[in-house]
Ligand binder design. Structure first.
Ligand SMILES: Cc1cc2nc3c(=O)[nH]c(=O)nc-3n(C[C@H](O)[C@H](O)[C@H](O)COP(=O)(O)OP(=O)(O)OC[C@H]3O[C@@H](n4cnc5c(N)ncnc54)[C@H](O)[C@@H]3O)c2cc1C
Length: 496
């Protein structure tokens, strides 16, 4: 277990400069990982924990890409059961088990899901699905005190859990359980810091320009430089084709609305609403801590990676409002939506479905130029993807199922913001507040404390106030308040 605040786990500007200097001087590394989303940091941790010398380069910030725009669910793969991919579903359930019980219990909690029952055949189909999910839970070893079994509830309990539901005709509901991560970008940062604790150099704002046959050309703020690497692994999500033109991806845009939870009666459960005519597809209202609920999500093929970050269309937003409103007493109006966000899924094209080395859901492929490309998959299965990839370059057994992330185990029952987000490291932030009480004040207009800005800078690799606000504190999710939150974080950043 990594001690809270262990110097080896701290990412900051000085650590980055030292890592870059080392890399430029040596002109070589053993494993070069390209991409600082969940897949890349997972691969960096795996390889470093197997004793390899690892350098990860990310051209923007950690979690710059898709990994900060997810639904923030650590899911047991129920959707894959519905499409008959039992192996993929079981893999998800096993990874969920490891994450929620061992690897990151401080960041991941159980989330109830309420499927409302308005009569007809549907409720029994949904119940059968949740019972099948329960079998996966058992097979993956998750105890009922971690994720309770599915059960029917009456209408009054259903309304207590999701008060905005349309009450007329509501007969009750079915409650199942899954995992929810406090924040996807924070998970990426926690894995990156854990990789650093095992000796990996995590270098943000370094772009991989070209790769192949053990050589790489990289670019940082001082210009281009060349290195050699025994192994090169790209984990570049929807940008995979830039460095691996032979890999075919079919990116798909997923969009969420951000709504005040009070508009939905402060739900305590995730609420899926079936999409008519599409088996196993739902729109979800997912309550988050601190008063916001995400309503998502769309699944629209797209062939453009611009703009970055992606933006939703008016049609998508209207479609989400219409779909979720089908289950609400008062339909969601345009003015109820206080923010939106979109991400691009790095879906592997069908062309690779048969040749995918590992599974239909993620692709690990060694290219003719020896570069190993890892893509597809999901947040939930990052550890397994990393294990499969590093197995190709190391004979040592994979240790990551037993490695707890920085901040674990923490106290998963606590609702206190610092404990929820920093786990066992919360005590360090509280000590800092004891020494300087001003750090315990809120960053103006946000739910974050000033001490979080300090920690983002000292320990979490934020190189400027924008990175602190966007991917550490996550205070820019509400569009109308984002600019003011950004300014407020900058004010704190400049003063510490
Ligand atoms: C809307 C949506 C909702 C989702 N919800 C869930 C969910 O609830 N649960 C779940 O398990 N999964 C979910 N997923 C899937 C999951 O988010 C993705 O599979 C995962 O985040 C992909 O991570 P990645 O690291 O492969 O890609 P990314 O996070 O995109 O990371 C790739 C990184 O590579 C960097 N990069 C690219 N090119 C270069 C280069 N040349 N040099 C250096 N760096 C480079 C990019 O800047 C980027 O940071 C969701 C996906 C979407 C789109």
């Amino acid at each position: 277990m990594i001690r809270p605040g262990d110097p080896s786990s701290l990412l900051n500007a000085d650590r980055r400069s030292a890592g870059l200097r080392r890399l430029r001087d040596a002109g070589a590394t053993e494993v070069l990982v390209v991409g600082g989303g969940i897949t890349g940091v997972g691969v960096a941790l795996d390889a470093a924990a197997r004793g390899m010398q690892v350098t990860l380069v990310e051209r923007h910030d950690l979690a710059h890409g898709t990994s900060r725009w997810s639904s923030k669910l650590i899911h047991g793969g129920l959707r894959y059961l519905a499409t008959g991919h039992v192996d993929v579903a079981l893999e998800s359930a096993k990874e969920r088990h490891l994450l929620i019980t061992k690897i990151a219990p401080h960041l991941i909690r159980a989330l109830p899901t309420l499927i409302p029952n308005y009569g007809g055949v549907d409720p029994y189909v949904s119940y059968a699905g949740l019972v099948a999910g329960d079998v996966l839970r058992k097979l993956s070893g998750t105890k009922r005190d971690v994720l309770p079994r599915a059960r029917f509830v009456n209408a009054s309990t259903a309304l207590k859990m999701c008060p905005a539901l349309r009450p007329d005709g509501l007969k009750g509901g079915i409650v199942g359980w899954d995992g929810q991560v406090e924040d996807d970008a924070r998970l990426v940062v926690a894995v990156a810091r854990t990789a650093a604790a095992y000796g990996a150099d995590i270098l943000t704002h370094v772009d991989a320009i070209s790769l192949g046959d053990g050589h790489a050309t990289l670019r940082d703020e001082d210009g281009e430089f060349a290195i050699t690497a025994e192994h090169i692994i790209t984990c570049t999500g929807v940008w995979t084709q830039e460095l691996n033109p032979e890999i075919a991806l079919s990116p798909s845009r997923g969009t969420h609305l951000v709504v005040k939870s009070e508009r939905l009666g402060n739900p305590t459960a995730c609420m899926p609403v079936a999409i008519p005519g599409e088996f196993g597809r739902f729109v979800f209202a997912i309550p988050e801590p601190e008063g916001i609920t995400y309503v998502g999500l769309t699944d629209l093929p797209t062939d453009s990676l611009q703009p970055d970050p992606p933006e939703p269309t008016a049609d998508e937003l209207a479609w989400l409002r219409e779909r979720i409103s089908a289950a609400l007493a008062i339909p969601l109006r345009e003015e109820d939506v206080i923010g939106t966000y979109s991400g691009l899924r790095p879906l592997v094209s069908d062309a690779h479905a048969k040749t995918a080395d590992i599974s239909r859901r993620h692709l690990i492929a060694r290219q003719p130029n020896s570069v190993i490309a890892v893509t597809g998959g999901k947040l939930t299965t990052y550890r397994k993807m990393a294990e499969d990839a590093v197995d190709l370059i190391s004979d040592r057994p994979c240790p990551t199922a037993g490695i707890t992330l920085v901040g674990a185990p923490g106290d998963s029952r606590s609702r206190d913001r610092l404990t929820r987000r920093f786990g066992s490291e919360a005590s360090l932030l509280k000590d800092a507040i004891d020494r300087d009480p001003a750090l315990g004040e809120l960053v103006e207009g946000t739910a974050a404390l000033k001490v979080e800005v300090l920690w983002a800078r000292q320990a979490e690799g934020a190189l400027n106030s924008t990175e602190a606000a966007d991917t550490r504190l996550r205070v820019t999710m509400v569009d109308d308040a984002a600019a003011a939150a950004q300014d407020a974080v900058k004010g704190v950043w400049d003063s510490i």
